[in-house]
Structure formats: structure tokens, C-alpha cells
Design a protein around this ligand. Structure first.
Ligand code: 13P
Length: 254
């Protein structure tokens, strides 16, 4: 089963206008130089940079995504952004259920499920994030936790076309710590098995499962060569053109 690798940058809460434009232009320039691409590229800047980044990416095959959305299309939700708004300004993707939102904003898997359905209605692809904490891993519960998050967060209507999964162990995010390839392979295989149970084998076999957590150019080739790893969701290293592109070059041999 061929699943095209997705190299995705999650810029988190980083970048003022000028920096965002520079970063996007830098990435666009490098991607254009590559010619035929063996992987897909995506950047997910903060809401305030979406329009600027879209302009700066013009002409390059780099998709645009946001980092969260509300489940409603519009209404009295002060401070929120709807999937309809994201679609309207040119987003193709939205990250949902990142552990920083689960932890800092009390987002539950049930809420993420409803947000994903709303993303689909607005023709956005959802990147649904799951991952265990260090305590959960130490207690031997990593597979159980990720399985439950998949079962509860992924809607019945999810397909390989409208959904990407990201496995991001919470303890590996921004820490420089990375699970062993054996552990990454174990969780990705468990996620794919759970997706097959929930959505059928055909969807599960074609759905991309990204790894996220301290991905760098130096560890990208090893992580992304694993059977069930179909790309990376990159935080810190996506803020430097050379690192983001270096990850893609090392992982996709481009
Ligand atoms: P880092 O790559 O900085 O560890 O962040 C990973 C992440 O949270 C991407 O969503």
C-alpha cells in the first residue's frame, strides 16, 4: 500500500508577520527547487499568519493548515475560529486534539470527534493527534491510551481522504527525547489495527499515520522508514527552513 509521506510543520504560537513571511518564502523556495516531490508538504502557522503565509507560499506545492478550530460554523463563540473561516481563507487541513490543547484547554476526545466532523463538512482534512504521557508509558499503558483516544476522537465518517492521524507521545514533544523505533512501530501498528476495526481495512491501510515529537534531520530517516510511519508532524524544527527541508530530504530521499 503506497501512502505518500506528509511532512507537516506545526508552528504553534510562533511568528510575527515578517518572520512568518520569511519562513514561508524560504520553505517555498526550497520546495520549488526540488522539482518532482516524493512527499507532500504542509505548514500550520498560527491563525494570525495564515493569510500572509498563503501569499508567501504562492506557486509552491505546500499545503496550508490551521492548528485548531471550533465545531460550529459561526455564532457567539468569542475568540474562536470556525472551520468555515479556515476553508474560506484557503486552508486544506486543521490539526485537532494536539496534546497541548488536550492538556491546556481541557479538550476531550469527544470534543475532538465533533470538531473533526465539522472540519469534514467544510471540506477540511483533520489531523487528529493522540499520544500518551510519560506516566502512562511508564505504567505500560501507551497502547491502551492511544487506542482509546483513536476510538473516541476519530469519527465514524473518517476516511483516508479526510483524515490523517498523528501519534505524538507527550513526553517526546519539545524534549529532544524520542521513543525507540520498536516503540514507535508498536504504537503505529496498534493505531492502524484500531482504525481497521473502526473504519474498515481499506481506509485503515490507506490512512496516513504521522509521528511527532522531537523530529530532526538527524533522526528523520530512521523514524520515517518504519512501515506504518507515513510522515512527520514537526514542531521546533519546522521553524527553521534548513531543518524542515532537511527532515524531508533525509526522510524522502529528495
Ligand atoms: P517538537 O517537534 O517541537 O517536539 O513538537 C512536536 C509537536 O508537538 C508537533 O505537533
Amino acid at each position: 500500500m503506497v501512502r505518500k509521506l506528509l511532512i507537516a510543520g506545526n508552528w504553534k504560537m510562533n511568528g510575527l508577520l515578517a518572520e512568518g513571511a520569511d519562513l514561508a518564502k524560504g520553505i517555498a523556495g526550497e520546495v520549488k527547487k526540488m522539482g518532482k516531490l516524493p512527499c507532500e508538504f504542509l505548514v500550520c502557522p498560527p491563525f494570525t499568519l495564515l493569510t500572509t503565509v498563503k501569499k508567501s507560499l504562492r506557486g509552491a506545492k505546500v499545503a496550508l493548515g490551521a492548528q485548531d478550530c471550533h465545531f460550529a460554523d459561526k455564532g457567539a463563540h468569542t475568540g474562536d475560529i470556525s472551520p468555515a473561516m479556515l476553508k474560506d481563507i484557503g486552508c486544506q487541513y486543521v490539526i485537532l486534539g494536539h496534546s497541548e490543547r488536550r492538556a491546556n484547554h481541557g479538550e476531550t476526545s469527544e470534543l475532538i470527534n465533533v470538531k473533526a466532523q465539522s472540519a469534514y463538512r467544510n471540506e477540511l482534512k483533520a489531523i487528529i493527534c493522540v499520544g500518551e504521557t510519560l506516566n502512562e508509558r511508564d505504567a505500560g499503558r501507551a497502547v491502551e491510551v492511544c487506542t482509546k483516544q483513536i476510538l473516541d476522537s476519530v469519527p465514524e465518517s473518517a476516511t483516508y481522504q479526510n483524515t490523517v492521524i498523528a501519534y505524538e507521545p507527550v513526553w517526546a514533544i519539545g524534549t529532544g527525547k524520542v521513543p525507540t523505533t520498536k516503540d514507535v512501530a508498536e504504537i503505529h501498528a496498534a493505531i492502524r489495527k484500531t482504525l481497521a476495526r473502526k473504519l474498515g481495512k481499506s481506509n485503515a491501510n490507506r490512512m496516513r499515520i504521522l509521528y511527532g515529537g522531537s523530529v530532526k534531520p538527524s533522526n528523520a530517516a530512521e523514524l520515517l522508514s518504519l512501515d506504518d510511519v507515513d510522515g512527520a508532524l514537526i514542531g521546533g524544527a519546522s521553524l527553521k527552513v534548513e531543518d524542515f527541508i532537511g527532515i524531508a530530504k533525509n526522510a524522502c530521499k529528495c
